[in-house]
Ligand binder design. Structure first.
Ligand code: NAD
Length: 279
């Protein structure tokens, strides 16, 4: 690990999201976990969604409640319409409403194109794209029902889609994943355009290489990490907290005028570092 590695340090203002209710999907691991904790540190009550791994989800809940806010773990597969509807209904019942959706759940099923099965293609599209659509749709119904509550937030709701640098950078051997994230970008921008007049802010975060289980092989050996760093001008692998802090900022009224934008949090990966010395 080089001297610049490690999670960013920072104090999250504990009242930034006070009184807001946040739902984070896929929140028992990696980026979702750090994000759920970050939102809790910022004063939000948080629903920690998971599809498998209840124990890990309960641990996240425990940590969030240690910051003096409410949290609960809800099981739901985001690619299942009935389960997403039940999850959001339960959240409204138990937490009163929903102010912030972080549509984060995602997965990879990698293969070269001739080896990729329809099941691999479909699974990734179902979770990464359809899952975000279903969660966004259900959250939006609640945002519209409730409207703006000025003492809570200037907007009626915030949706933050977890995209990827691969909404921009093609990724050989991952056509399902890159296509899903390209779809997330257009879904996000279309929803942002459709919902802005109702004062609902839809935005995305596009992480670069973040140290989580999804991409373990890319960073777990020194050789792999060295290769990876060639793609990252800022010369460190990202940490889940890098994304969590971006979500907290984007969800807060400090960024109330940010609508329909993708925030790249990637250490410069999308600056085409190969061109720094060539081209
Ligand atoms: P992760 O594997 O640690 O977390 C993914 C989470 O999604 C897990 O909790 C998993 O159980 C959950 N999930 C998967 N299928 C689900 C389903 N059907 N319903 C509900 N939850 C489900 O990986 P991560 O890196 O934390 O990934 C989080 C998001 O960030 C994903 O959308 C991923 O595409 C995106 N992302 C990650 C990176 C990175 O470098 N780690 C880079 C770009 C984008």
């Amino acid at each position: 690990m080089n001297s610049t590695a490690g999670a960013p340090r920072g104090v999250i203002p504990a009242h930034l999201l006070k009184g807001q209710k946040a739902l984070v999907t896929g929140a028992n691991s990696g980026i979702g976990k750090a994000t759920a904790i970050g939102l809790g540190r910022a004063g939000a009550d948080v629903v920690v969604n998971y599809v498998a791994g209840q124990e890990a989800a309960e641990k996240v809940v425990e940590e969030i409640t240690s910051y003096g806010v409410r949290a609960a773990a809800y099981e739901a597969d985001v690619s299942r319409e009935d389960q997403v509807a039940a999850m959001t209904e339960r959240m409204v019942e138990e937490f009163g409403t929903i102010d912030i959706l972080v549509a984060n759940a995602g997965l990879q099923r990698d293969a070269g194109v001739t080896e990729m099965t329809l099941a691999q293609w479909q699974k990734v599209l179902d979770v990464n794209l359809t899952g975000q659509f279903l969660c966004a749709r259900e959250a939006t119904k609640e945002f519209l029902r409730r409207g703006v509550v000025p003492e809570v937030s200037r907007s009626a709701g915030k949706i933050i889609c977890m995209s990827s640098v691969h909404q921009l950078i093609p990724w050989s051997g991952h056509v399902n994943y890159a296509s899903s994230k390209g779809g997330v970008q257009m879904m996000m921008e279309t929803l942002a355009q459709e919902l802005a007049p109702q004062r609902i802010r839809v935005n995305a975060i596009a992480p670069g290489a973040i140290r989580t289980p999804i991409n373990r092989t890319a960073w777990e050996t020194p050789e792999a990490e060295r290769d990876l760093l060639r793609l990252i001008p800022y010369d460190r692998v990202g940490e889940p907290e890098d994304i969590a802090y971006a979500v907290v900022g984007l969800a807060s009224d400090l960024m109330d005028y940010v609508v329909g934008t993708t925030l790249y949090v990637d250490g410069g990966m999308t600056l085409f570092p190969g061109f720094a010395t060539g081209g």
